[in-house]
Design a protein. Structure first.
Length: 184
């Protein structure tokens, strides 16, 4: 599954994620794209409910449905544009809540699943944002495949990333590597 953290539907981040998913799907692996655009993900309220192993107490947003899909998936690709040097607030709210529930459940929700970050920016901020997403994967005991370069691309306006030849090739290679790992 891929989660698009961009508030723009069919923007650069979604374009990159679809490029990765297309390669995975070519190997007869079922894929799903979830857009956070139009969904509500509240930030963690530090209520401590998850510390009792009962999951997240907040039930008035879209978190639980997305979290359940994350648990069911064999692989999770996270995509985000860079906003002021980091991932979007909505994606981070999802990851922070998912991370807390996972950690309080004995780190069993995502262990040994495949995780891959995809980041797009107009000019800079890729590296920190890529690291942000990598932290989620590594603390969640996930396996992170590589590619021919870091999973980043350059673009500002809609479909600009399509002109980033190296970025597109990196995404295709990432998709091939994810499919290869899933088949292992």
């Amino acid at each position: 599954m891929a989660i698009c953290g961009s508030p723009r539907i069919e923007g650069n981040t979604e374009y990159l994620l679809k490029t990765v998913l297309d390669e995975v799907e070519k190997e007869d692996i079922e894929v799903e794209l979830i857009r956070l655009a139009g969904k509500e993900i509240q930030p963690c309220k530090a209520c401590g409910h998850c510390t009792k192993g009962q999951g997240c107490s907040q039930r008035d947003d879209d978190f639980q449905e997305i979290f359940n899909t994350m648990i069911e998936a064999d692989g999770i690709i996270l995509g985000t544009p860079v906003y002021f040097g980091s991932a979007t607030a909505q994606l981070m709210a999802l990851l922070q809540r998912a991370g807390y529930v996972n950690r309080r459940s004995g780190n069993k929700c995502f262990s040994r699943k495949i995780g891959a970050p995809v980041v797009v920016a107009r000019r800079s901020g890729h590296n920190f944002t890529l690291a942000q997403l990598m932290y989620f994967f590594t603390i969640s005991d996930m396996v992170v495949p590589g590619s021919s370069y870091w999973n980043i691309a350059i673009g500002k306006d809609k479909r600009d990333v399509a002109e980033d030849k190296e970025g597109i090739e990196t995404m295709r290679n990432l998709g091939k590597n994810i499919a290869w790992l899933l088949k292992k």
